[in-house]
Design a protein around this ligand. Structure first.
Ligand SMILES: Nc1nc2c(c(=O)[nH]1)N[C@H]1C(S)=C(S)[C@@H](COP(=O)(O)O)O[C@H]1N2
Ligand SMILES: [Mo]
Length: 302
């Protein structure tokens, strides 16, 4: 792969003096738990050490509606999902379309750890130490054609293994999408693990998308199909409620959900009485991603 680095930073190396300005160092920093939380009014970058949530928090408080809408339904029922064998069909505007076996993908990819904030549109958040690879590297395998402008994703649909799909909560299968530049962005990853272990079914085994600057529902789980296309693809939550959920769904504390504020969030694991914390523009990844939205009215393109 073209862009690999050695991550030899540890959490102990993380100090406020670390202000990472180039891409390579920035990503090494992200892997070590450093993130730039936006540029303050004085032009100072604020370095923040991200304290990951516990394995228990991350793997027992989940949204995976194919298994039910309760936060503990996925941990109860997602074990029913057969995740091996697994293949991901990559098709549409690519040079090498086909069904890519998961094992073959894993052999070709370099697995890294990335500690990212994760912000659900429901105003709760966690910090997750993901393992996985850049989506751009997977797309490179298939060879993206220049006409491709968007990437569509689809979750597996096996009604016999997914009790939640008996209910028409969403139009199954769950589908999501990204614009090409968002898909190719170095922060965008396919996660295959958490805390160095295989990703559990309830978190989207064997591989799921992670787009840390967007609301959690963009990070589609248990992906079986990736389609490169010219037009903006439909997305599940937008189809269900277009007024509340847009295609972009970038984390934005200044644009409230029609039914609740997005200015603050509850960090899972903090206990019942923990004060809410401020939600950061683009979930704290403004420095890295805001350029992709220059000139777009973010109150319109929600
Ligand atoms: N296929 C599928 N993907 C999904 C969902 C879902 O219901 N089905 N829920 C989304 C939502 S709303 C969130 S917040 C995250 C939750 O991820 P986690 O359970 O790993 O924290 O998954 C997203 N991906
Ligand atoms: Mo969510």
């Amino acid at each position: 792969m073209a862009h690999r680095w050695k991550n030899d930073l540890t959490d102990n190396d993380v100090t406020p003096e670390h202000v990472f300005l180039n891409r390579r160092q920035l990503l090494a920093g992200a892997a070590a738990g450093v993130a730039l939380a936006g540029i303050g009014t004085g032009g100072q970058a604020r370095a923040e050490t991200l304290e990951p949530n516990s394995w228990d928090d991350i793997t027992t408080y989940n949204n995976f509606y194919e298994f039910g809408t309760g936060k503990d339904d996925p941990v109860k029922y997602a074990g029913r999902l057969t995740t091996s064998p697994w293949s991901v069909t990559i098709d549409g505007l690519v040079d090498r379309p086909g069904a890519y076996p998961f094992q073959q993908i894993m052999e070709k990819m370099t697995i890294e750890e990335r500690i990212y904030r994760f912000r659900c549109v429901e105003a709760w958040s966690m910090v997750v130490p993901w393992n996985g690879f850049e989506l751009a590297d997977l797309l490179e395998l298939a060879g993206v054609q220049s006409r491709a402008k968007y990437v569509a994703f689809e979750t597996v649909l096996r009604r016999d293994e997914m009790p939640g799909t008996r209910f028409p909560v969403l139009d199954w299968p769950y589908v999501e999408g990204l614009r090409m530049d968002e898909a190719m962005h170095p922060l965008t990853m396919m996660a295959t693990g958490i805390y160095g272990r295989d990703i559990p079914n309830q978190n989207g085994a064997p591989l799921r998308l992670v787009v840390p600057w967007k609301y959690g529902f963009k990070s589609i789980k248990s992906v079986v199909r990736i389609t490169l296309m010219e037009e903006e693809p439909p997305t599940s939550w937008n189809k269900a409620n277009p007024r509340e959920y847009g295609f972009y769904s970038n984390v934005n504390p200044n644009v409230d959900h029609p039914r609740w504020s997005q200015a603050t969030e509850r960090r899972i694991g903090g206990g019942l009485f923990a004060p809410k914390i401020e939600t950061l523009m683009f979930n704290g990844y403004e420095e890295e991603v805001s350029g992709m939205y220059d000139g777009m009215d973010l109150t319109k393109f929600i």
